[in-house]
Write a protein that binds this ligand. Sequence first.
Ligand code: ATP
Ligand code: MG
Length: 333
Amino acid sequence: MTSSSSNASILRVQDLQTYFPIRQGLLGRTVGFVRAVDGVSFVLNAGETLGLVGESGCGKSTLARSLLYLHPPTGGRVWLKDTELGVLSSTELRKQRLRMQLIFQNPYASLNPRLTIEEIISSAACYHGHIRASETQDFATKLLEQVGLRSEHLKRFPHEFSGGQRQRISIARALALRPEIVLCDEAVSSLDVSIQAQILNLLLELQQQQGLSYLFISHDLAVIQHLADRVAVMYLGRIVEIANRKELFQTPAHPYTQALLRAIPSGDPKTRRPLGERVLAGDVPSPTKQHTGCVFAERCPQVTSECRQQRPEFRQIRTGQLVACHHARMDSA
Ligand SMILES: Nc1ncnc2c1ncn2[C@@H]1O[C@H](COP(=O)(O)OP(=O)(O)OP(=O)(O)O)[C@@H](O)[C@H]1O
Ligand SMILES: [Mg+2]
C-alpha cells in the first residue's frame, strides 16, 4: 500500500513494525525482540468500520497503540489523511493524536475513580481549549445525552455506574475530543451479551450521525460480523487476510481465517463439532521467532516447502479479498 491510495481513506498504514526488546543480565543487554507487529499495511476508509480479529497475543492492541504512537513503531509509516505521523514534532503529534481516540476493554480501569463524570468527559476538551471552564456542564450534558445517559449523572463518580454505563461514559469521553477515528480495543468484550448489543448499536448510531471511522478490535467473530464493513485477520503480528465482511464470512481464503470461522460455536446440533475436535493443530509460535516464510506455516494444514521458505505477498484473489497465502494464488484475480 502506498501513500497514493484512495482519497476516501482516512488512515493509511504501510509496513508498520513494533518490536519490544527482550533484555537480559545485569547490563540489560538486548538478546532478542518480541515482534508484536511485524509489517502491517492497511487502509481505513472514511466512515467505515474495519474489524480486526485474531487470537490473544497476536498484536492487536500493540497495533492500535502504535497507530497513535503511544508505542512508537520500530518501522513503517502511518498517515492520518495527508499528515504523516512519524515525522511530526512531539507537540504536533499530540495535536494530531486527538483526531483518533481509543476506547478500552475495561471501563472499570480506564475511568479515573476520583473524578466526577462531568470532569472525566470535559477535562481533556477544556485542556485542549475546545471549551471554556464555564461551559463544562452544558458540554458534558450534551455528550451524556448522546450516549443515552442523563444530566443527573454528571456529579456522580465512576463506581456508581454499571459496566455498560461506564462504557457509555468512556464513549462520551472519546467523542468529547471530536475524533474522526475511534479505535475500539475489545470495547464490548467485558460486558453481558444484552449490554454488548446496546453498546454496539450505540456505536453504529454515533457513526451514522457523525461519520466516524472505526477500527474495531475483537476476538469475537460474532461481534465483528455484526459491526464491520471489512475485516482484517491478524496472526502473529501480521495481517493475513483483508476482505469485505460478506466475502470473509462466506468464502474465507486464508487457512487461518478458515480455521477461525470453524471455531465459532454452532447452536445447531446437526452442525456442531464433536467435543475435543481441534480447530487448529499446534500452538501459536513464539512472537520472538523470526520467520522467513509464512507465519502460519507451523500450523497450516496446507503447508508446503514453499510456505516455509518464502514469505507470501499480499495479493487480491478472484473473490475480491487480499490474502497473504501461496495457495490462494490459483484463484488470483
Ligand atoms: N509493553 C510490552 N513489552 C513487551 N512485550 C509486549 C508489550 N506489550 C505487548 N507485548 C507482547 O506483544 C505481543 C502482542 O501483544 P498484544 O497485547 O498486542 O496482543 P493482543 O492481540 O492485543 O492480545 P489480547 O487479545 O490478549 O488482548 C504479545 O506477545 C505481548 O506479550
Ligand atoms: Mg489486546
